[in-house]
Write a protein that binds this ligand. Structure first.
Ligand SMILES: [Zn+2]
Length: 204
């Protein structure tokens, strides 16, 4: 699998292409900025490799501890961190939970100190309004994040396949055929239970 530095380089090399293609497709500067920003953020900080002590994890600085429960609950390169779409969805939901907690804390403090009133209804309305008023922007953000994650996962897979190819040739890269085991007399014989201490005792 490629090193953290290689992943960073891939992100930076791909950025102009992502920006160019987004602008070509959308003709919108705003959406291009969101997709490119999402792609850059995803490649450098929101990467699937947050599931281990990696460069993206270190880049969170003193906030990096928020990713410790994520690392503890996923094994490295699990489908929930490196899988297509699912990786980005899980990370987005995970970060949203933290943002929600921080928001709750800030609102609680505002209420305590300045007596600012808020209800769940007001918050739910605000969230719903922002989601329904800017659907293209939210989609663009998700696309940017997912493209960043995809560039990571594909280079991981490509890197592993290349290493396997270098080690054991083309056969190692081809999809494995499921082996069907033929039952022969010999293997049937092997299936016969060996006498255990207990059965030996009863035989005697
Ligand atoms: Zn990875």
């Amino acid at each position: 699998m490629p090193s953290g530095r290689t992943h960073d380089r891939i992100t930076l090399w791909c950025l102009p292409w992502v920006a160019g293609m987004t602008f070509g497709l959308t003709r919108s500067g705003d959406l291009t900025l969101i997709v490119s920003g999402g792609f850059l953020f995803s490649g450098l900080m929101f990467s699937p490799d947050l599931d281990l002590n990696s460069r993206p994890y270190q880049r969170w600085g003193w906030l990096r501890w928020i990713w410790i429960p994520y690392q503890k609950s996923l094994r490295h390169r699990s489908v929930f961190s490196h899988g297509l779409a699912i990786g980005t969805i899980v990370r987005s939901l995970y970060l949203s939970c933290w943002l929600f907690l921080v928001g709750l804390l800030i609102l609680g403090m505002l209420q305590l100190v300045w007596g600012v009133g808020w209800t769940w209804q007001v918050i739910a309305n605000q969230v719903q309004r922002s989601l329904t008023q800017y659907p293209a922007e939210w989609i663009a953000l998700f696309v940017g994040l997912e493209l960043g994650a995809m560039s990571h996962s594909f280079s991981d897979w490509g890197g592993s396949a290349y290493k396997r190819f270098k080690k054991s040739g083309l056969k190692a890269v081809m999809p494995k055929r499921v082996k069907t085991r033929k039952r022969t007399g010999a293997s049937n014989q092997r299936r016969v239970k060996k006498p255990t201490a207990k059965t030996q005792r009863t035989q005697r």
